[in-house]
Write a protein that binds this ligand. Sequence first.
Ligand SMILES: Nc1ncnc2c1ncn2[C@@H]1O[C@H](COP(=O)(O)OP(=O)(O)O)[C@@H](O)[C@H]1O
Ligand SMILES: [Mg+2]
Length: 535
Amino acid sequence: MPQQLAAKKTSVEQLEITTRDIAHEMGQKQREISVSEFFTKNRHLLGFDNPKKALLTCVKEGVDNSLDACEEARILPEITVKVDPTENEDRFRVTIEDNGPGIVRDQIPRIFAKLLYGSKFHRLKMARGQQGIGISAAGMYGQLTTGRPVSITSRTKPSKPAYYCELMMDTQKNEPVIVKEQELEWDRPHGIKVVIELEAKYQKGRQSVDEYLEQTAVANPHAAFKYINPEKEELVLPGASSELPSEPKEIKPHPYGIEVGMLIHMLHDTRARTLSSFLNTEFSRVSSRLAKEICEKAGLPENARPQRVARQEADKLLKAIHSTKIMNPPTDCIVPIGEGLILKGLERQFKADFYTATTRTPSVYRGNPFLVEAGLAYGGELPQEGLARLFRFANRVPLLYQQSACIITESVIDNSWRNYGLPQSNGALPGGPLVLMVHVASVWVPFTSESKEAIAHYPEIEKEIRLALQECGRKLSTFLSRRRRHEESEKKKSYIKTYIPHIGIALREILGLKEKEEQRIVENLTEVLEKSRGG
Ligand SMILES: Nc1ncnc2c1ncn2[C@@H]1O[C@H](COP(=O)(O)OP(=O)(O)O)[C@@H](O)[C@H]1O
Ligand SMILES: [Mg+2]
């Protein structure tokens, strides 16, 4: 027995030594992963899964930034996109140039060669970019696949020369490295030019750079575009409107959209000295009276120091917030394209027989204001065969991938288009010569992933999309039934018309009329028929 015990003891000791060794060994292997290392391995998360998509994503990140910057600076955007082939057929050189405000010199390295750096993440304002991981990811992908730096030309005002630099990213540290910099003559008074060389594949058609620019033009009729593709074909689209979209307002978060972790973080960071002034100043729609009411419900003193509020108390605070009636956030922070401009955008792109558009009033999901618009073009030169084309937009940016994962697609499929006179099979888009567009605008668009390709399924958003589609559908249905009635009556008329001469002959024979009288009868009858056509 004692022998057995001793054996057991040694094996326990042995086990203790080995596990300690393993833990020690494992401990030595642990190390921090920088964001850029992470995204280098997981490039698909940012939209660089394959060479064709990489080209699109690169152009998209550049153009989205140009449009955002121009709008923020209240400049009518003029954007040039050039995709040049290189000596290596698997590599292309992408140039995106804008007439925006430019970027000050000391911000340039971090903007273009550091992931998660940007001006839009920490604010609630409607914009195309939001995560600070767009253009720097494109540059990183270029560097990774070609070893070449990103080059930037920036000018902030005509009185200053342009600044030119070439940047690489230290992916282990997620920090920029300036390879070259100099002042430069540039014919533009202000703006940005970005050149990225990357491994890519150019292909026209679905999910191409060409399609992205076509759709961007539909949602941004105020912008002028020039596009030169690798085959040196030039597409020039002058602006279809000299009206800039109005400037979206920045707002504070609404208390209903906040989670406990975020609340703790905000309590810690605030400059407010008391809990009630924290609630009042850091959130939208919390008056000082409401702030007091919330503190009271949570059982916390209104003059408590926000930094002193413990985690459990934060839970109580959140509960109190949700049991208090707080007005919806202001919605003037959302800027729609607007019905008139949607029509202009569709007309600039498509020759159709019928156009319609609708802009819903803003609504709220999880404390975030949003708004839905829809538009469609039907008939004319649009292809008769096949399914409708669906254009999805989030803050005016076309979404070209992950169509089936997107709430927009689901809502379009769930709508009964047959009620409006269009063919539709189960679980499919409607058919016919139709282009449909749906735009979701928000201070924070809930994308399903970092690559910003599909909008997540929030019931509030789904409802608004459905209502917008139904409105467009009803208008289309009115047009279609009117056109059908018109066609039917035309058919009847032409049928009757073939009989009119025979009636003339018959009447002449029965009544013994003269030829002239017969002719007059035929003319009269034809006139009566034609007159009704005018109606
Ligand atoms: N063409 C441009 N003109 C002016 N500012 C720009 C331009 N491109 C990028 N920026 C600035 O760089 C920041 C980072 O851009 P990006 O990496 O695409 O992230 P995001 O657009 O999500 O903020 C933007 O927030 C913006 O402030
Ligand atoms: Mg961006």
